[in-house]
Design a protein. Structure first.
Length: 799
């Protein structure tokens, strides 16, 4: 840096005396006021010589005898030696003091540290004594001649002037010395200092300021505005505000953009008022490094606060925290202020404090990172937190500190515990599962297997590790297995399952169910296969045996079904043929029996008439049985032609017909709203006629009978039709036999019938793909439920 040249500072001249002090001040200088202390100090600025002389002359004129003497005498500008001697006698000395003596006395007093103003004040008393002598000598005896009196006055005035000159000279020297001291102090100040006038232009600037802001010669700065001199744009406005308020401002923060970046300053400003106007003192301190350190510290704090680890800055000597981050406060439950009042010994177990102190001492001495350790920190609520501690020594200036990072291990320990449990479960599953499990390399080598797989194939683990799956696969199954493997490696399939055979160590083939999936790495490259092997050998043998038995059974069933179908066909043909063949002679027998009864009734006795009646009844019953057999045969042979059938209408028609045949009976019936069904009209009519006919027949014993046709729904929502009566009923245990041909549950004399009706109903329902079942109790009625297996739509209702 270029040397700084400091111009000579202008000398500070004292202001005019009349502007700084009144006449009372001058009177003090002249000793005209009461003088009592050698510490008397005159005003800051001394009066000029002519002013003092005027005051002395006015004092002399204020003495009446002296005025008279002066009026009579002449000022000749000289003083004889005699008069000087007489003047000295009046003063109690031989000769009056010479001016040089007075000046030397003033210098001596000043060198002795006494105020020269005290000398001037003492001279006031000397002058009083002189004037008193003059006044006494000017009495009636007039011991002094007029010329001598005038000379004495001139001597007194000259003497006073000498004293004043000595005083002013001493004051000037003191002012110059103070000026020099001020100049040295001003230039020696470490802070940059400016003195500004009221226009905010620079009057003075010290060396520190010029160095701070890059000025070389002081003349370059003087007269410039404060903004131009400092290149701080905001400073003129701040100084102007302080100047207007005639106040002061301290520790203001201002900034300047320098070549090395943004620089920071603290600024003190004070307005100083004087007779010549108001000046402004501006003091600037460069705090850029401190500001940058603070910013760096704040950035570091912000960065550490973002860390998931708890961070501590520890003083190992005092064992207290110098700094902590937000994570430390969060995990321990303290505020930052609370935690900074603590130390590491407050958050660890008491038993570990000694070990901690030793570790810090060793770490501080070594000046390097310590070993990572696991510890438990104590939270504010008393709970403990497992952490992993990483520590490093850190020197900050002359202070040795330790940086501690504590990482919460609770989640990791929990994850490790879960991982151990998972691995244990995996091992247990792998080793103790009922199926064989193996990891197989992409080239077929066995990598790992469980004990169950070894049992299945008959090899030990060590033996299998020396083989491939190709080595133990049955030759007849290997090709299909390899095709699956190739497809999986190409990515065509993700997994496959197949039944195949392994060749055991003893040479036996064992059937297994193999399920294979491929595990790939993060890049998608194949790593190894996971194979699950289930021993199905026993099941496979049983399956083969079952298949053989099933084939035999199917053959037998087919043979028996064919025989049954033939028998049924023959039976139906026989029944149909018998029915037709029997009807013709049966009609002849019936016709002749009726003719015999009608034509020869009178010729027959009672017994003969009874025989004829029995014959007619037997023929009628035989005819009914033949008709029922024909219906049953037709129900089994006739094709089903589905059309919409209104069961409600059919039931209503049948019940009205039954009522017309037996008008003396009291029967109430009801028919629910029924959907139309897709069914064979003729066959469903036969079935419904049998069901309603049975209900009518078996309610004959009731004075008032009730019959109904209702609708229900099964679990799938299909319609279920119900024919219910309150007639004779039947035992529940006989319900399974009702639909077999020729099965009768009641006496024929009480309820006549052929036993074919319900069998016919069952045949019709089965032909439609439905089912029928019955419920009943003796003397409580019966309910017959049936479905027809077709779709239902619409509805109908009859009562």
């Amino acid at each position: 840096m270029a040397p700084v040249v400091v111009d000579e500072l202008p000398r500070l001249e004292p202001p005019a005396a009349g502007k700084l002090a009144g006449e009372s001040a001058y009177a003090s200088f002249l000793g005209l006021d009461e003088f009592s202390s050698p510490d008397f100090a005159p005003p800051g600025a001394a009066p000029e010589a002519d002013v003092l002389a005027d005051l002395l002359f006015d004092r002399c004129l204020a003495t009446a005898p002296l005025r008279q003497l002066l009026a009579e005498g002449q000022w000749d500008g000289s003083m004889p030696q005699l008069e000087c001697g007489r003047f000295g006698a009046l003063l109690g000395r031989k000769d009056p003091p010479a001016p040089a003596e007075l000046r030397e006395a003033g210098h001596s007093l000043r060198r002795a540290g006494l105020n020269p103003g005290w000398v001037l004040a003492a001279y006031g008393h000397h002058l009083d004594a002189l004037l008193g002598a003059l006044e006494g000598g000017a009495g009636e005896d007039r011991s002094l001649p007029a010329g001598a009196a005038r000379s004495l006055v001139k001597i007194a005035l000259a003497d006073a002037a000498q004293v004043l000159d000595a005083y002013l000279e001493s004051q000037a020297e003191r002012a110059a010395q103070a000026e020099r001291q001020l100049r040295v102090l001003f230039q020696a100040m470490p802070a940059g200092v400016l003195v500004l006038n009221h226009e905010l232009k620079v009057l003075r600037a010290n060396v520190a300021f010029m160095r701070m802001f890059g000025w070389v010669i002081a003349r370059e700065v003087l007269g410039r505005g404060v903004g131009e001199a400092t290149r701080i744009g905001e400073l003129p406005g701040i100084v102007d505000a302080v100047l207007l308020a005639r106040g002061k401002a301290h520790d203001l923060r201002v900034f300047r953009q320098g070549e090395d970046g943004r620089r920071a300053y603290t600024c003190d400003i004070e307005a100083v008022a004087g007779e010549g106007g108001t000046a402004v003192l501006v003091m600037l301190r460069d705090v850029t490094e401190r500001y940058r350190q603070r910013e760096a510290a704040e950035r570091l704090r912000a960065a550490t606060d973002l860390s998931h680890d708890a961070m501590f800055l520890v003083d190992p000597q005092a064992l207290h925290f110098a700094a902590v981050n937000a994570t430390a406060c969060k995990v321990l439950g303290y505020s930052r202020k609370e935690l900074l009042a603590l130390g590491p010994q407050d958050i660890i177990a008491e038993a570990e404090i000694g070990r901690l102190e030793q570790a810090y001492a060793t770490l501080a001495a070594a000046g390097e990172a310590g070993e990572i350790a696991v510890a438990r920190l104590l939270r504010r609520d008393g709970s403990s937190l497992p952490v992993e501690l990483a520590q490093r020594a850190l020197r900050v200036g002359e202070q040795q500190l330790v940086v501690v990072a504590a990482r919460d291990l609770s989640e990791r320990q929990e994850a490790e515990s879960r991982l151990r449990q998972s691995e244990e479960m995996y091992r247990e599953t792998f080793e103790h599962t009922a199926v064989g499990i193996a990891h197989v390399a992409c080239d077929g080598r066995w990598l790992r297997m469980n004990e169950r797989l070894c049992e299945i194939v008959g090899y030990s683990r060590d033996e299998l590790l020396q083989k491939t799956f190709q080595d133990i696969t049955h030759p007849e199954d290997l090709e299909a297995d390899l095709e699956f493997v190739a497809a999986m490696l190409r990515g065509d399939i993700q997994r496959y399952s197949m039944e195949k055979r392994y060749v055991r160590k003893n040479g036996e083939a064992v059937w297994i169910l193999l399920t294979v999936s491929l595990l790939r790495d993060e890049a998608g490259a194949p790593r190894h296969f996971i194979a699950v092997v289930k021993d199905i050998h026993a099941g496979k043998l049983a399956q083969e045996e079952h298949r053989a038995l099933l084939a035999t059974l199917e053959q037998r069933v087919a043979e028996r079904t064919a025989a049954l179908e033939t028998a049924n066909h023959d039976l139906e043909a026989f029944a149909y043929s018998v029915s037709h063949d029997l009807r013709a002679p049966l009609r002849s027998v019936g016709g002749f029996a009726k003719a015999l009864e009608m034509s020869y009734r009178s010729a027959l006795d009672e017994l003969g008439a009874g025989y004829v009646q029995r014959l007619v009844q037997a023929v009628t019953r035989m005819d009914l049985l033949i008709e029922d057999l024909l219906r049953l045969a037709r129900a089994g042979k006739a094709p089903v032609r589905r059309v919409p059938v209104d069961l409600a209408a059919l039931a209503d028609e049948m019940l009205h017909r039954l009522a017309a045949a037996e008008p003396q009976r009291r029967v109430h019936w009801s028919i629910a709203t029924l959907p139309l069904v897709e069914a064979d009209a003729g066959l469903t009519g036969v079935a419904l006629e049998n069901l309603l006919g049975n209900a009518w027949k078996f309610t004959a014993g009731r004075a008032v009978a009730h019959i109904s046709l209702a609708l229900e729904r099964d679990d799938s929502g299909q319609p279920v039709f119900v024919v219910r009566d309150d007639g004779a009923g039947f035992p529940p245990e006989r319900a399974a036999h009702l639909f077999q041909p020729f099965q009768r549950l009641h006496d024929d004399a009480e309820y006549p019938g052929s036993g074919i009706g319900l069998a016919t109903v069952a045949r019709v329902v089965e032909r439609h793909g439905g089912r029928i079942w019955a419920e009943g109790r003796p003397n409580e009625g019966a309910a017959f439920r049936f479905t027809l297996g077709g779709q239902a739509s619409g509805s109908a209702c009859r009562e």
